[in-house]
Design a protein around this ligand. Structure first.
Ligand code: PXL
Length: 282
């Protein structure tokens, strides 16, 4: 695959912010995002929205960060450092989603921020442990989705957000239309959990045309952080100015390589690995 352009040593790289939750096991969330940012040559900034207590076996609990601390992290970074893209992940509650949306709208309308926003609407861990209060789905739909350049739900999240059960390519298209109707510029319906073939087709829609992304399905038990990694790499490509379909294509290739390099960790599910770039000589 072709990687993103790198910045020469001593020069300021592009900055991408992740607004999400931390994973004490280091596999998903902010830790996964920062690994991908670093391996793609991007300077990662963070707004920690929640701290999870978890290992490879599951999420034991989480702590929500106070709203002014979450929004303060965004504002202080944007004012000084500047960001060329952002992504959201685990946001835990409707109050957090509303506060982030209000901050994003304020910075954008004030002219301080003109960056693409990737919204990965994380609802639960791969073990099924909740990472978003069910009462927050409305805030996700009405507050954050309209601000998004791109939303990247998996099939469980599609069902929770739109009520559509994706079982084939027709229902995948219906879901893409329903997601797009909520206001994002682009909706990506990830087909990774749609077991129709040896491939994992993702469908991207901008209200006009459908784009299909097919990639080899990597069947691994170690895919913790795959969704985060796809959204993080896509955000990096957007920061470089790639059009959304090219950015998604890049993110998809990146997460496929990270899945190929996934490793066991602890007694449960291991993470996808962006670290392959350090070992493959590429
Ligand atoms: O992969 C989704 C995800 C995102 N963010 C955090 C998580 C998880 C999955 O467990 O823990 C913090």
């Amino acid at each position: 695959m072709n990687y993103l352009p790198l910045t020469p040593p001593g020069q300021t790289p592009l900055r991408v912010m992740t607004i999400a939750g931390t994973d004490s096991g280091g596999g998903a969330g902010i830790q996964a995002d920062l690994r991908t940012f670093a391996m793609l040559g991007v300077h990662g900034c963070v707004s920690v929205a929640a701290v999870t207590v978890q290992n490879s076996l599951g999420v034991k609990g989480f702590h929500e960060i106070p709203l002014d601390v979450i929004t303060g992290q965004i504002i202080t970074v944007v004012e000084d450092i500047g960001i060329q893209a952002a992504k959201t992940g685990m946001l835990a509650s409707s109050d957090i989603i509303e506060a982030i949306s209000e901050t994003w709208r304020g910075l954008s309308s004030g002219g301080d921020l003109a960056a693409p926003l990737v919204v990965d609407p994380v609802c639960a861990s791969m073990h099924g442990d909740p990472l978003l209060h069910p009462s927050a789905l409305d805030a996700l739909r009405t507050e954050l989705f309209p601000l998004a350049t791109l939303v990247t739900p998996n099939l469980d999240e599609v069902r929770l957000i739109t009520g559509i059960e994706v079982i084939d390519s027709k229902s995948q298209r219906d879901a893409a239309r329903a997601l797009h109707a909520l206001g994002p510029q682009w909706a990506l319906v990830k087909g990774g959990h749609l077991r129709v073939s040896s491939h994992s087709p993702d469908l991207l829609f901008d209200g006009t045309a459908f784009h299909e992304f097919d990639a080899e399905r990597i069947d691994t038990g170690h895919d913790h952080g795959a969704g985060d990694t796809l959204a993080a790499a896509t955000a990096c490509a957007l920061a470089h100015g790639y059009p959304v379909p090219e950015a998604v294509s890049f993110g998809k290739q990146w997460v496929t390589e990270c899945l190929r390099a996934a490793y066991p960790l602890g007694h449960g599910h291991g993470p996808v690995s962006a670290l392959f770039r350090l070992t493959s000589g590429s």
